[in-house]
Write a protein that binds this ligand. Structure first.
Ligand SMILES: Nc1ncnc2c1ncn2[C@@H]1O[C@H](COP(=O)(O)OP(=O)(O)OP(=O)(O)O)[C@@H](O)[C@H]1O
Length: 279
């Protein structure tokens, strides 16, 4: 598969009031076209900073961020983003919240078709019948579904999900994982998911990138085998348990709670999954 996003050797330091804060120190992340890459790592290591690089909202001190082989030099409009807090506007209906990006990003889609697309997306995530409600009339999970539609309305090339399910209860979260699979099937996109939930990472993504503690470098990459359409039972297989153990171990190394082992000592990935330790 062709690489859509190719981040190479990225280093970045923030200049804060209290001094310099090195945040990224050797970031290499590849996202295949149509693929879904999850990024996990210790709290505060620089995961959200990585999403800002992809959206062109931050230009790194060193290294390259390429999309379709072209170097990113400024903000990009063909990116959709959804965050932990959906931030919907209370004075607009759900439908008009979903349509909001089209008032900012130029589109050739006639008004009627824009609305039809918004309604189609809302129906795809199970919000048919809620188009005219206000955000406060929806549950947290429903608001997150609406925010997903808003992120997809302009058919972005890249969908960035920054812990979108983090604040939801376990059942709602699992429901949304399944919705995500269906959305990706019907509305293909290239995805980057930031998460603290390793089960979420292996359920949704085809590649999991583990970042080290700050300043973050790419510590480990796990290629999740393609199991076709996944249901939640997949998370209870021996193969999933092995992948979760392996990732948990890598997070412990990233947190400095376990020593980094030589590749000969490292646990092998389950059959079908490939792993790469970096550096
Ligand atoms: N614009 C900025 N100026 C100064 N410091 C920043 C800026 N943006 C982020 N930081 C700092 O950089 C570090 C990494 O932040 P970032 O949000 O990327 O981490 P994260 O891995 O997403 O965190 P978490 O897991 O807690 O969500 C943090 O210490 C944060 O305070």
């Amino acid at each position: 598969m062709e690489k859509l996003i190719d981040i190479r050797g990225v280093r970045h330091t923030f200049r804060t009031r209290t001094g310099l804060l090195p945040v990224l120190d050797g970031l290499d992340v590849a996202v295949d076209e149509g693929g879904f890459t999850a990024v996990v790592g210790p709290s505060g290591c620089g995961k959200s900073t990585l999403t800002r690089l992809i959206a062109g909202l931050l230009i790194p001190d060193e290294g390259e961020v390429n999309v379709h082989g072209e170097r990113i030099t400024g903000p990009r409009s063909n990116v959709g983003m959804a965050f932990q807090n959906p931030v919907l506007l209370e004075w607009r209906t759900i439908l008009r919240n979903v349509l909001l990006p089209l008032e900012i990003v130029p589109t050739k889609l006639p008004r009627k078709e824009q609305e039809a697309r918004a309604r189609r997306l809302l129906s795809l995530v199970g919000l048919e019948g809620f188009e005219d409600k206000r955000p406060s009339e929806l549950s947290g999970g429903m608001r997150q579904r609406a925010s997903l539609c808003r992120a997809l309305i302009h058919q972005p090339e890249v969908l960035i999900l920054d812990e979108p399910f983090g604040a939801l209860d376990a059942f709602t979260r699992e429901d949304l994982w399944q919705t995500m699979h269906e959305v990706k099937r019907q509305e293909p996109f290239t995805g980057v998911l930031i998460t603290h939930d390793l089960r979420e990472a292996i359920f949704l993504a085809d590649r999991v990138v583990v970042l080290s503690g700050r300043p973050a470098r790419t510590q480990y990459v796990l290629e999740v085998p393609d199991t076709g359409p996944r249901d939640l039972d997949h998370l209870y297989t021996a193969e999933a348990a092995e992948m979760l153990n392996l990732l948990r171990h890598q997070i412990e190394i990233a947190q400095g709670r376990a020593p980094a082992e030589t590749s000969a000592e490292a646990p092998a990935p389950p059959p079908g999954a490939a792993a790469r330790g970096m550096h």
